[in-house]
Design a protein around this ligand. Sequence first.
Ligand code: NAD
Ligand code: GLY
Length: 347
Amino acid sequence: MKMQTIRLHTKSPSTVLCGAGALDAAAEYLKGKDALIVTDTNVDRLYAPLIAEKFPAAQVFAVPAGERNKNKKTLFLILDEMLRSHLHRSSFVVALGGGVVGDMAGLAAALYMRGTRLVQIPTTLLAQVDSSVGGKTAIDYNGVKNVIGAFYQPERVFCDPLFLKTLPRREIKCGLGEIIKTGLLDAAIGDKIAQNRGRMHDLGFLQELAADCIRFKAHVVEQDETESSGLRKCLNMGHTTGHALELLCGRRSHGEYVLIGMWLESYIAEEEEICSREYAEQVRSLISVAEPKIPSFPNAREGVKYALLDKKNEGKSNVSLILPKARGEYAELILPAEKYEKYLERL
Ligand code: NAD
Ligand code: GLY
């Protein structure tokens, strides 16, 4: 696939380059610039020689990998390193990693001197199709996901498929979670997935789908950059229950919980007559392309507590859910906490 350029006409504009050669384009973009590359220990172990070859002048800082390190301590390790490296406002923070690195380095870039330049080089499928694009940055805090954060657009995002070759199958599945979510919001993407079920691990096909998902997300973010009109909430389909499960269990990764959340919420959509039974079954069939085994909800009461902390909620006793309605359509449902708990008990 030829390299695609996708522009986001946001308050502070952002450009995504997606396809083979994107890493070289990043190297060219950052040539001669003052840059701190923030990565994680896994990516560093796999890619240190390539990073050194492409960005010979940049400093590299590797933080401990994994969601459990997406916290205040790691954020301040990054900020300390920025200070130690004498970064100034026109220096670049380059987030080279999955969504965890992207969210944390992005937040550090937003905070340091009230804003340094930010480039994202996403290395997981999930980060390429979703988290590196659109300017949401955050850390988890006191058991609440993404509760401290900022909207801060990267000026460039470089999505190079070369990184996907080393991704474990499980991480591909996580990316498929956000791809399938996009397929439920956009009929053309949904049809493409449904017609190519057997190609969901074909990296060439995934690259094509990634560009489609980025284009869709760019269009949504341009219209509602800071999630104030409500439109951007659609990107959170399945996330209310998914995040609650992630905080409750924490054994799997974000993308897997998104898949499980969408599956469980499809039953609520059906029961609440937001969608027909036939469509809910189609939704579950699409999800099963990536996640054939769905666990039951372990603790409904605790789950509701976490769901009540979701950023989409308005008020303290209702839970907001973004549910599938029909092909390429969604609806927001506001459920009283007690009713949501009853659903979780049954699921
Ligand atoms: P992650 O960053 O933890 O990466 C998953 C694992 O893959 C890690 O162990 C990492 O070290 C490893 N890895 C990264 N690149 C690799 C490569 N090329 N080869 C081999 N291993 C590699 O997780 P993720 O799934 O990328 O991101 C999940 C995070 O993204 C969550 O914290 C979630 O909240 C966030 N997120 C943010 C947004 C947003 O809009 N900002 C959207 C969706 C998700
Ligand atoms: N991943 C949700 C959003 O960017 O809004």
